[in-house]
Ligand binder design. Structure first.
Ligand code: ATR
Length: 270
């Protein structure tokens, strides 16, 4: 019988992870199957234990269960601890190992696929929820000169900045961005779910600056359009990050790193 994996979330029907992992498995010749599980909102741990009892080897975890997956894991990687969330579970014997590949996925997409020059750059990270926390430390490891976390609710940005405990990091409200310029603006807010963008100044992107939306869709997202309209040298969406975080999970489970380029090309809508 093939080794079993799945992605668990709620909602889950639109997840592209099964497609991605099927392409990885075919490419690397791994004998595995990968499904999707609609997690119950009040019984996440039961759903996971049932999957393990049925022979499951690992899970990807998505909204809204990443914090619950963190709590459920018997051991957590350092990057999961820093993210405060788990997006990858590995089942080994009786132990549940939790990891987080989201930040690595963003950094690989920007740095390896698109060759963004992190060293010495000024980064603006929009939002102070789980999505932003998940990528904060991996971004800092790439050596930017400064990283500003800006959030609609300022105190949450200040709290996340304090958690980073790094002299390069500051937190503020969106209105405090006036007069500042950034080489890279990463959107980790949920504003795009309603088709909006955070209220940031029109001139906060440096010349040749890039924008990156952690979301993606069939059409360019609102923040991709914002980047294009404000002269971004590159205005990227989160499809590459999605495939790269999946590849990092695949590596944890199977010990093989797939070639992500063809998979990103196969999934791209536009
Ligand atoms: P996630 O775990 O996906 O990051 P979250 O914890 O609910 O979700 O965080 C959502 C983030 O998007 C928050 O930073 C939120 O700002 P607030 O802390 O002020 O709520 C931000 N956000 C959501 N809608 C927004 C909007 N229309 N404009 C700007 N920021 C928005």
């Amino acid at each position: 019988m093939s080794d079993r994996y799945a992605v668990i979330g709620n909602p889950i029907e639109h997840s592209r992870s099964p497609e991605i992992h099927a392409l990885f498995a075919r490419q690397t010749g791994q004998d595995m199957e990968y499904g999707r599980i609609l997690g119950s909102l009040d019984d996440f741990a039961d759903d996971v234990r049932r999957f393990i009892a049925e022979g499951g080897r690992g899970l990807n975890v998505t909204v809204p269960f990443k914090e619950q997956a963190f709590a459920l894991a018997d051991e957590r990687s350092e990057r999961a601890q820093r993210a405060g969330a788990v997006n990858t579970l590995v089942f080994e014997g009786n132990r549940i190992r939790g990891d987080n590949t989201d930040g690595a996925g963003l950094v690989r997409d920007l740095g390896c696929n698109h060759r963004f020059a992190f060293a010495g750059s000024r980064i603006l990270l929009l939002g102070a929820g789980g999505a932003s926390r998940g990528v904060l430390f991996p971004l800092l490891e790439e050596g930017p000169a400064a990283l500003v976390i800006a959030n609609r609710t300022a105190h949450k940005a200040l709290e996340l900045a304090a958690l980073a405990d790094d002299p390069r990091v500051t937190g503020c409200g969106l209105d405090a961005l006036a007069g500042q310029r950034f080489d890279l603006i990463v959107n980790g807010t949920a504003a795009g779910l309603a088709g909006g963008v955070p209220a940031i100044p029109d001139d906060c992107l440096a010349e040749d600056g890039w924008t990156y939306d952690m979301m993606y869709g069939r059409e360019p997202t609102a923040f991709v359009r914002w980047g294009r309209e404000h002269g971004a040298a590159r205005a990227l969406d989160g499809l590459g990050m999605l495939v790269e975080q999946a590849a990092e999970s695949f590596l944890l489970w199977r010990g093989v790193m797939p070639d992500t380029g063809p998979v990103i090309d196969a999934l791209r809508y536009y």
